[in-house]
Design a binder for this molecule. Structure first.
Ligand code: 5GP
Length: 184
């Protein structure tokens, strides 16, 4: 059986782009499609980017134990990983990647401690601040709040098995590909 690979990291570190590029390059690796209560953005397709569900449907999925993990992300919408498809693919020995937030990764660590946990890190704290678009346009309190969140999120690195620095996209994708290969 393949070992589940969980990719997480601080907000704005670029993990979505990274996993998207991996998917393009390696169609044989299955990337889980999450359920979310957030509305679809233009161009997003139900069942491809996410399963867009109502809050009631999300409640039902939780009540029936259908989610491997779930979390409220950015204080508003809920996101969760449907359990069934992940378990089926792992049983079929298909490599599986989850791209989720830190809270979700902690839950998976509780339920599937044998998974391989990959922390996507920025090249530096300053680069992360740039990617968070922390600029002079926010007031000082808001800037400080976001920086504090970023600092807290970076501390989670110690909870992970592997750190992958997201500097240039091509190199990071190659790194992730190698990590997924090592989890087989
Ligand atoms: P976005 O709304 O920009 O697509 O995603 C926002 C955040 O939700 C990202 O940080 C992403 O990692 C996280 N996320 C996406 N799917 C899941 C999921 O199934 N579970 C958890 N815990 N987080 C998720």
């Amino acid at each position: 059986m393949s070992r589940l690979v969980v990719v997480a990291g601080p907000s704005a570190v670029g993990k979505g782009t990274l996993v998207g590029a991996l998917r393009q390059r390696r169609p044989d690796i299955w990337v889980s499609v999450s359920a979310t209560t957030r509305p679809a953005r233009p161009g997003e397709i139900d069942g491809v980017h996410y399963f867009f569900v109502s809050p009631e449907e999300f409640d039902r999925m939780i009540a029936h134990g259908e989610l491997l993990e779930w979390a409220v992300v950015h204080g508003v919408n809920r996101y969760g990983t449907p359990r069934g498809p992940v378990e089926e693919r792992l049983a079929d020995d298909v490599p599986v990647v989850l791209e989720i937030d830190l809270q979700g990764a902690r839950q998976v660590k509780e339920s599937m401690p044998d998974a391989l946990f990959v922390f996507v890190a920025p090249p530096s704290f300053d680069v992360l601040l740039e990617r968070l678009e922390i600029r002079g346009t926010e007031d000082a309190a808001e800037r400080e709040r976001r920086m504090e969140t970023a600092r807290e999120e970076l501390k989670a690195v110690d909870e992970f098995d592997v750190t992958l620095v997201n500097d240039t996209l091509d190199e990071a994708v190659a790194g992730l590909e190698a990590i997924v290969a090592s989890a087989r």
